[in-house]
Ligand binder design. Structure first.
Ligand code: PLP
Length: 456
């Protein structure tokens, strides 16, 4: 099927946001479940930004936050691993399976057309969300890991050869290290690593000295999952472009905290996951500039990515379908639109302000605990607090916190080389999200004090 001829049966979504005085709470779609058929699957109208961020109202949208763990109210601080989902997303998943389940991009029957339209709504919403120039620059993948692997595989095949160089940083997640190592091994290229300071900031002088005409790609995280460092993305990109190298930003930990404009950044590739931005698991995004995506061969092959197949020759589909072989995660793809709406309505600037307040408040309280060491003290920081209690293993601290209802992550956070850089086995990581509160920060601090008293 020629995708260009596809005519959505729903109106295009608005590409701008407007500020209004007040907006009623996002509708609890349970109230009208089964009454307004399919309405929750087409969240076209919720793009107005609220003026006031009301965390209590936000919390009411997340059913899981009312549960207890080990007899204590859940304090969920493992948002870097995955975020909880608002009712709007949860209801949309149920609605999809109860009203719409069908394969996309291939059926003429009614349900298939509805599912296809709903799926494409997500792509249409992602375009203004990151300000991509074109909708077809948005490739829907399984998640950040697959998005990065796609670039490593396809860009690598087209552009990386023996003697070429790639650059990553010392604070990368394994999924932004290993694909490049494999690519370099396959192509005879060299992987360079930008060092970081003790505070966890990129050494920009070292970065500049690594860039040269052999540099074929720079792949760096926008926000570090283990340290919280917000890297100077614009500067990184400008310097790379000066030697003709494109840049991939791993935005897995940025997309839910910062407003991202791919055109203003002039970034070449951007990768992120739905499940870390209050959406479903199993869907992610690769944004790529049209010129690169067109110049790259397909990633996987099979249905959907072809234009025409004969036993003699296959021609490939146009963007974005060239990179979307096989049946996608339809439910997750459709329901990601609800997460985008949810974030858009609250406003990323409002969310960032709230999270920064929590970060400052909790950091100040934690630093008063004797023996605590915060790993990652960059000036520009997102809402991640990685810490150690001197003499205590992070795992033991994590277990005690869990008994007190506080969910944190312990270990190397898929950043083993970073842990080696700091000569530590791992950290305890509290990663904060929009629905966390100052009261929860107090619970965290009290729990860490308790762990300290028990372990030290
Ligand atoms: N990059 C960063 C910075 C991450 O924090 C993560 C996940 O924690 C990933 C990549 C991988 O994301 P996913 O497992 O959703 O593919």
């Amino acid at each position: 099927m020629n995708k260009k001829k596809w005519k959505p049966i729903i109106p295009p979504c608005r590409s701008t946001t407007l500020t209004i005085k007040s907006v009623s709470s996002p509708k609890n779609s349970k109230d009208n479940h089964n009454k307004k058929l399919l309405v929750p699957l087409y969240p076209m109208e919720r793009t107005a930004v609220l003026e006031r961020f009301d965390v209590d109202r936000v919390r009411k949208d997340f059913p899981i936050l009312t549960r207890t763990v080990n007899g204590k109210p859940l304090v969920y601080l493992d948002n870097g691993a995955t975020t909880q989902k608002p009712r709007q997303v949860i209801d949309a998943i149920v609605d999809y399976y109860t009203q719409l389940n069908s394969n996309v991009h291939r059926g003429v029957h009614h349900l298939s057309q509805l599912a296809t339209d709903a799926f494409e709504v997500t792509r249409r919403k992602l375009q203004p969300f990151i300000n991509a120039a074109h909708e077809h620059e948005i490739i829907l993948t399984k998640g950040t890991t697959e998005s990065i692997n796609l670039v490593a595989s396809c860009y690598g095949k087209a552009f990386v050869n023996a003697g070429d160089e790639l650059i990553i940083s010392a604070m990368e997640h394994h999924s932004n290290i290993v694909p490049w190592q494999i690519l370099c091994e396959e192509r005879g290229a060299t992987l360079h690593v930008v060092p970081i300071s003790d505070a966890g900031e990129l050494d920009m002088e070292a970065y500049q000295s690594l860039l040269n005409e052999r540099t074929k790609l720079v792949a760096i995280t926008y926000v570090s999952n283990a340290l919280g460092t917000i890297n100077p993305a614009k500067e990184i990109i400008t310097l790379a472009h000066a030697v003709g190298a494109p840049v991939l930003l791993d935005a897995a930990q940025a997309i839910q905290h910062l407003s991202i404009d791919v055109q203003a950044l002039d970034v070449d590739f951007l990768a992120f996951s739905g499940h870390k931005m209050y959406g479903p698991t199993g869907v992610g995004v690769l944004y790529g500039k049209e010129k690169w995506l067109n110049a790259m061969p397909p990633y996987q092959s099979g249905g959907e990515m072809i234009k025409e197949v004969t036993f003699a020759k296959t021609t490939y589909n146009e963007l974005p379908f060239k990179f979307e072989a096989g049946t996608p995660n339809i439910e997750a793809g459709i329901c990601l639109a609800h997460a985008i709406d949810y974030i858009t309505e609250l406003g990323l600037d409002n969310i960032a302000r709230h999270e920064h307040d929590l970060l400052t408040y909790a950091t100040g309280q934690l630093l008063e605990i004797p023996g605590i060491r915060i790993v990652g003290t960059a000036k520009e920081k997102s809402s991640v607090i990685s810490f150690l209690l001197d003499g205590a293993h992070p795992y033991d601290v994590g277990v005690i916190l869990d008994k007190l209802g506080v969910a944190v992550r312990t270990g190397h956070h898929c950043t083993q080389p970073l842990m080696d850089r700091f000569a530590i086995p791992g950290t305890v990581r509290a990663s904060l999200a929009m629905y966390n509160t100052r009261e929860e920060m107090d619970v965290l601090v009290a729990a860490v004090k308790r762990a300290s008293a028990m372990l030290l």
